[in-house]
Structure formats: C-alpha cells, structure tokens
Design a protein around this ligand. Sequence first.
Ligand code: APR
Length: 248
Amino acid sequence: MQNLYDKAAELIKSKSYIVAFTGAGISVESGIPDFRSAGGLWERYNPNEYAEYSAFLKTPEKFWTMHSELSDLVLSAKPNPAHLALAELEEIGKLQTVITQNIDNLHQRAGNSRVLELHGSGETASCLSCQKQFDRTLVEEFIEITTVPRCPTCDGLIKPNVVLFSEPLPANVFEEARRELLRADLVIVVGSSISVFPAAALPYVVNQTGAPLIIVNDEPTPLDTSAEVVIHGKAGEVFPQILNALNE
Ligand code: APR
C-alpha cells in the first residue's frame, strides 16, 4: 500500500492543475450512505419510483420522504479527512477544481472554493410552477413537515434543486467541468462507481488528454484500467496517508 501512497504523492508533487471528480463514496465516512454499495440508498428506495422526474410529479411524497431522510443526515454531517485533504490540496495550490456528483455541500464546507455541482444542490429548492427560489432555511423547514411542501405564492410543487433521473444536467456546469478536465494535468477520482451517465463520461476525458489518473474507491471501477494509481480503500483513511507521503 505504501508504494501506492508514495506513487500518488509523487504525481501530485509534479503537477499543478489537478482536478478532482467525486461521488457519494467520499461522503460515506461522514455518515451519508452512497447509492450502489451494499446498504446503499437504492437498496431501500427504488430510484424509478423515488428519484425519477415523472415519478416526482406523480408521487412527490415518495421523493420527499427519501429526501428528508437524506437531508437529516446531510445536515448533521461534517467533512471527513478525504474532503479536508482535497481542501488542503487547493490550499497548497495543487488542486484547482472539484467536480462533484454530490448534493451535500461538504466540499464547500471543507474549504474548497471552486466546486462544480453536476447534480445540483440539496440546499436550495424551487417552485416548479412560478420558479420562486427557496433558501436553505426554508428548505430545512420543508424537510421537517410531513406533507409535500407547496409554494406559498402559487401553491405549485416545490422541488429541491437537485437533478433527478431523466432530467438534464445543468449544461453550463457540465461544460465547465469538461473544460476543467481537458485542462487538468492530473485527475483524481474519489468515491464514485463511475457508472451514472452523463456525469460518468467526464473522467474518461483522460483517455483523450493523456493526463494521469488516480482513483481512490472502495471497489473496482470501469476506469481502473486507465489509471496510473488505483487505491481500493476508504477515502477518509487513504487521503491522510497520501498527504503524509506528500509532506515527507
Ligand atoms: N471510500 C471510498 N469509496 C467508497 C467509500 C469510501 N468510504 N464508500 C463507498 N465507496 C465507493 C463504492 O465502492 C462505490 O463504488 O463509492 C462508490 C459510490 O458509487 P455510487 O453509489 O454509484 O455513487 P456515485 O458514483 O456518486 O453515483 C452517481 O448516481 O443515483 C445517482 O444521483 C446519484 O450522484 C449520484 C449518481
């Protein structure tokens, strides 16, 4: 293992435009379950019923039940050593951008200043009828109530600003993420099964640019064969080791 930490640290040392691509796995050690591992969210909630856009329009109470449960965990969660390591890599001028599929705001709370949220954010919400925006405080109130929240202005359906299945990703965010990855001289993927498209297509850009890739994930991923360094383990344990090796 030490060899892999050293190899990752050597790569980081020699590069200056590092871009990270993260998924739910990076937040598991903060107490937020991922989606596809054993015990993941989709074992208990069928995404076609609970996280698909037309299902949301038909049975919003299902989505809100799941989202409220997740939001309770997110609100009490704290960035873990993996989030903090990415913030430290930004602090020392190595990491330029975090591209995340997560909606939990933990990268921002850890201190990263440039975070591209491909799947939106659970911190805010909008009315699907009049587009009124609701901030974090109001969203926290919506989570507390047991019925589906309705817009106080027009009684429309309120939906958190997260991307559901069959909804398009925010085009400008996706484009910026692609540009950042094209520019990257090193890409680090953390805690993602790299299986949900279109987001999952982004790290494949390394096959085009030739930028080296480090993958830190509990389980194998489809991109492992393209990576210079693959570390199978818990991100919150692996990153402190990489930082130690970097500081030696
Ligand atoms: N450290 C590192 N990796 C971990 C850890 C951990 N502590 N815990 C779990 N993992 C790995 C799992 O092995 C898995 O491969 O993180 C990966 C998480 O994969 P998914 O659950 O598929 O999450 P993600 O890749 O973010 O999914 C993408 O799918 O349903 C949607 O919108 C949802 O944004 C999400 C998207």
